[in-house]
Structures are given as C-alpha cells and as structure tokens.
Design a protein around this ligand. Sequence first.
Ligand code: NDP
Length: 253
Amino acid sequence: PSLPASAKVWFITGAASGFGRALVREAVDRGDAVVATARKPESLADLVALAPSRVLALRLDVTQPAQSHAAVTEALSHFGRIDVLVNNAGFSIIGAVEETSDEALRDTLELMFFGAARLTRDVVPHLRERGAGTIVQMSSMAGLNTSPGFSAYCAAKHALEGFSECLAHELRPHGVRVLIVEPGTFRTSLFGDAFRRMPEHPAYASTSGTLRAWVSQADGQQPGDPAKAARVIVDEVARPLRPDAPLRLPLGG
Ligand code: NDP
C-alpha cells in the first residue's frame, strides 16, 4: 500500500495486549501504519480491522530467530520501510533468588534481552542506511531499580538498558534515535498471579509496605493506564530528533 511520506511505519512486538495493543491503536489513530506482531496473530484481527490497509498482522515469537528475520523481511517488503521498532514483548517471573531456576533466568533473558537484541540487529542496518528512525525499548523502572523477588526480571531489563545505551551511542551520529521507556506499574496482564504469594516467602522480609500493598491488589488494579502511556510514547517518537533528546522516558503509573 502507498503511504503518505509523513506516516511512520511501526513494528511492534507483543502487540496483542497491554502496551503493545495500546501503541498499535494510538499509532493507527494518528494515521501511521503498523506491523503488529504476536505469537497468535489471530488475536490481532480487531486491530487490523481498525485500518486494514495500514495494519499488517504477523506471527512472531520473539524467542525464535528465524521468525524474527522473516517478520522484518516481510514488513520491509510490505510497507517499504520501518521507521519505529518497539521491542515490547515481555513477561514476568517473580520469586526469591533460590526459587529462580536457570531455566527461568534463561527464558526471561531470552525474551526480553536476546529477543530484543536480535530484532534490533535486524532493523538497525535499515535505519542507519536511511539516516532516520527510532528504536523504542520497553524497559521498566526495574531497568534501573531493584526490589526483592525481581531478580530475573531486573536482570533482563538491566541488560536491555546497558545494551540500549551503547546502541544509542552508535546510532546517534547516524540520525537514529534510541528511546528507553521505563514504565512504573500499569494495568496490563503482565504480572498475572505471580505476585500473590510474594509476601509469604522469607526473602521478602525487606519488602516495602508500598510494594506489598501493590502486590496484594487484584490484577488489573495497578494505577497506570496503558492508553495514556501510548500517547506519551507516540508523542515523544513524533518529535524531531534533536541533540538533547532524552535517552530515557520514565512513565509514572
Ligand atoms: P502484557 O502481558 O499485557 O503484554 C506482554 C505481551 O508480550 C503479550 O502480548 C505476550 O503475548 C507477549 N509475549 C510474551 N512472550 C512472547 C514471545 N515469546 N514472543 C512474542 N510475544 C510474546 O504486559 P505489558 O503490556 O505490561 O508488557 C509489555 C512490556 O512492558 C513488557 O516488556 C514489560 O516488561 C513492560 N513493562 C510493563 C509494566 C507494567 O506495569 N505493566 C511496567 C514496566 C514495564 P502472549 O499473549 O502470546 O503471551
């Protein structure tokens, strides 16, 4: 499909729910085009229906390298360009360090670090060649801060932060921006039931009252609205690149 030159082409992982879904809706509302990717592309049907010529739904399990390469190739051949890559797919494993197996650590890093790194590598040459574009890394406040129970999650997000900071140094001279988004607590399905048993484990003895209060809330009661976060992110991406553009975008819940 032919797109106006002013329309951006977004490539978003984990687009079926939470921040990913909110970002698709916001980008489409602004007249942009979106490659919405998910492990189950059928869950994206209502997003495609918003603007069938501007939303391409693709299957992408971010932990599968062949699927990542294929999705980037298909996106480029369909829309002719990618302007914004959003490494959004994520999940959370919560537990004390001695409860966190190698497998849990590997799964977490595989998705939120290696998966994001791989897609970034696939898209960077295209952006650098065009001297434009943005890589949005959905990190977390847990990308810079820590708390008991979050060792796997924090390790993955801290790794993503360091990687992305180096990436920003490499890409800034070429007109490509890296934006590390650091949300607080938002109403998505991310934490599911994982939190409910946290206060019972001795490892959480130092857990603050605030975290306990948050943890004990029913899922979906977290303060932040993902739709509002999506508006802030899309606004930031729409700004012209300037030398003092911030690398990090903290988003309170
Ligand atoms: P959701 O659980 O709503 O969304 C996460 C998405 O990631 C789901 O659509 C899920 O798809 C997808 N996903 C999981 N595994 C894979 C995979 N292997 N390949 C592709 N997609 C996958 O949570 P959020 O919207 O909250 O999470 C989005 C990002 O925001 C994450 O990186 C998270 O760490 C970050 N974040 C969230 C915060 C919050 O408070 N909600 C706070 C700070 C950061 P599926 O349906 O197939 O499982």
